[in-house]
Design a binder for this molecule. Structure first.
Ligand code: FES
Ligand SMILES: [Fe+2]
Length: 433
């Protein structure tokens, strides 16, 4: 491997830390001690996490564009819970969520070829494949085959089991608790609900997913720190390991936590800011790659949308908002965004989903630039994947029980603490009952 070209030295300005010490020390609920990852290798903790977090927090399961029309629906598999959900837009235009289970003998109601696969479509009613019981879009049971043989059954008692469902800025959230203790708006809190981004305009979506052999938090952690890119991804592109990384690279210059959620901002964003020889020929040709199209989309104006760049940093390149527990939105300076979901499957397995949202391409060039951006991101995610399966193996050896996290790993430390807090809170409430 040849050495990367030297990056011209630019400003040596350091970003100021908060007035008192480091980012980590700025948050009294955190400490600076080494962190245990027992919660990522313990099957018992996984069981607790399912009850304490995934059955109590609001979870994003999709966007309203997936159910544009009345009768539009999609299914969402949550294998770690485990459950399957139906998200449907009713004839009254309301979006609802139901458990995807027939009330007759428990068959999964909505699926096509393979029961474990998610599907989407549009319909007027849901009909069970087993004995034909039929439900309307509001979940009411409206047909029972040979009803008069069912001992005076009242169909009103056998509707689909509803799930709490609400929408924020077009993002559909569900809450599996019988009675959530917070509304979605309360749960998201002021930092997240301050975001007023034109999500509805970015309708060009690219999706990919991966089935990965690591705990969901281990994978999540690699997407909430920019400490690793110069090393793990640096050989792919010298921009990642430039000398002036604090000013122009992937260095988190601002952190903020609000309740269980957090954000990190960095100057690293789309490519094209540095000398041309830093970029691969295809990137130079397509003006895309690291990361996404380099040219701003139509939504980019002089003013950033409200809620973005909360630290008001110069050289802002992206915000990585981590919405508890397993959902992230990454906003890029060139006017597009990514979402990530980390769905637990077992204590050592997760389903990773990435969605990239762009303005609809105006021409072939736009379309190819978007595609190259996605291909690049997939490349990086694949590198993360291998390493995080290796991390899981290292942790499971239990040779080391606690690990030092630096200030750039503030979000990892915060996430770990929030997870433990939610589990502790759940355990406390269980013993009180
Ligand atoms: S299980 Fe659905 S109709 Fe029998
Ligand atoms: Fe990475």
């Amino acid at each position: 491997m040849t050495d990367a070209p030297k990056v011209p030295k630019q400003s040596a300005r350091q970003y100021p830390k908060p007035p008192e010490g480091s980012w980590t020390e700025h948050y009294p609920e955190l400490d600076t001690e080494p962190v245990s990852y027992e919660n990522s290798i313990s099957p018992e903790f996984f069981e607790l996490e399912r009850e304490a977090i995934f059955k109590r927090a609001w979870l994003n399961v999709g966007r309203v564009e997936q159910v544009r029309r009345k009768g539009g629906f999609f299914t969402k598999e949550l294998p770690g819970i485990p459950t399957s959900l139906i998200i449907v837009r009713g004839l009254d235009d309301e979006i609802r969520a139901f458990h995807n289970v027939c009330r007759h003998r428990g068959n999964k109601l909505v699926w096509t070829d393979t029961p474990s696969e998610e599907i989407s479509g549009a319909c007027r009613q849901f009909r069970c494949k087993y004995h034909g019981w039929t439900y309307d879009l509001e979940g009411r049971l409206n047909f029972v085959l040979q009803e008069n043989e069912f001992f005076g059954i009242d169909k009103a008692d056998y509707g689909l089991v509803p799930v709490h469902c609400d929408v924020w800025k077009g993002f559909i959230f569900v809450n599996l608790a019988e009675e959530p203790n917070q509304t979605l708006h309360e749960f998201l809190g002021p930092m997240i609900t301050a975001i007023d981004y034109p999500f509805e305009k970015l309708t060009q979506r690219y999706y990919y997913r991966g089935d990965i052999n690591s705990n969901w938090k281990i994978f999540h952690d690699a997407f909430q720190e920019f400490y690793h890119p110069p090393i793990l991804h640096g050989h792919q592109n010298p921009v990642m390991r430039q000398a002036d990384y604090q000013d122009l690279g992937f260095y988190t210059s601002y952190f903020q936590a609000d309740g269980p959620h957090r954000v990190g901002s960095t100057s690293g964003g789309a490519g094209g800011k540095l000398v041309p020889e830093f970029y691969n020929p295809i990137e130079q040709l397509m003006r895309s790659g690291l990361f996404g199209p380099w040219d701003p989309s139509e939504i980019v104006t002089d003013e950033l949308p409200p809620g973005l760049n909360p630290g008001n940093k110069k050289n802002w390149g992206l915000d990585s908002f981590q919405i508890f527990p397993n959902f992230a939105i990454v906003f890029w300076e060139t006017g597009w965004y990514l979402t990530y979901h980390y769905w637990p499957v077992a204590h050592n397995r997760l389903l990773f989903e990435a969605n990239a949202y762009f303005m609809p391409p105006r021409n072939v060039r736009d379309r190819l630039a978007q595609q190259l951006g996605i291909a690049t991101i997939k490349e990086y995610a694949l590198e993360d994947c291998g390493t995080l399966e290796a991390t899981q193996m290292g942790l499971e050896s239990r040779v080391v029980s606690a690990f030092p996290l630096g200030d750039q790993e503030f979000m990892c430390r915060h996430a770990n603490r929030m997870i433990n807090n939610w589990v502790d809170d759940y355990k406390r409430k269980q013993t009180e009952e």
